[in-house]
Design a protein around this ligand. Sequence first.
Ligand code: ZN
Length: 199
Amino acid sequence: MRQSLGWAHISTGDMLRAHLAAGDELGKEIAAVMQSGGLVPDKTVNRMVEERIEAPDCREGFILDGFPRTVSQAVLLVGLLESRRIHAVVVHLKVDYNVIIRRLAGRRQCPTCGALYSATSNAPTVSEVCDYDGSKLIVRDDDRPDVVEQRLKAYEQQTAPVLAYLKQAGYAVEDVEGDNASPQVISRRIEKAMQEVRV
Ligand SMILES: [Zn+2]
């Protein structure tokens, strides 16, 4: 996607790690927050994004990946875009909950030695039995379908207000199916969605 459109790819997660590694002013601030067990505040993430989009490689366009995650971040982003007259398209990557739940439901753990198994990638030789000590495998509490479903719902609840805010602010929101497709297929779908709204 980045290659074909010639735009800078901005991942807030990568940027946080880069500032931490560089140990610059922002990096020290982030490290302090993380050491106290807190989440990096919106204000800090926002400042990072604002600095980043001023870089020369963003002049022709950029892709924000993993941002905005909260309404407060979205409000700032809209301000930044409007003051710079940047045209934006919102891509909402949709993932089928059932696919995720099915994948996690295939995970098993040995209660004796702790070995992890997956029905899809590393299944035990004998179904439901540990290869090392023959114990009967169990489903971990956090892999139980009801727990996974709850976590996915919490995420959706956080994302939905961001999408609603951006729609209300006048941005086109394109839904792209994420499901089981490869990253290349998803990239192509995103590109297509963006071309449709670019006209
Ligand atoms: Zn075992």
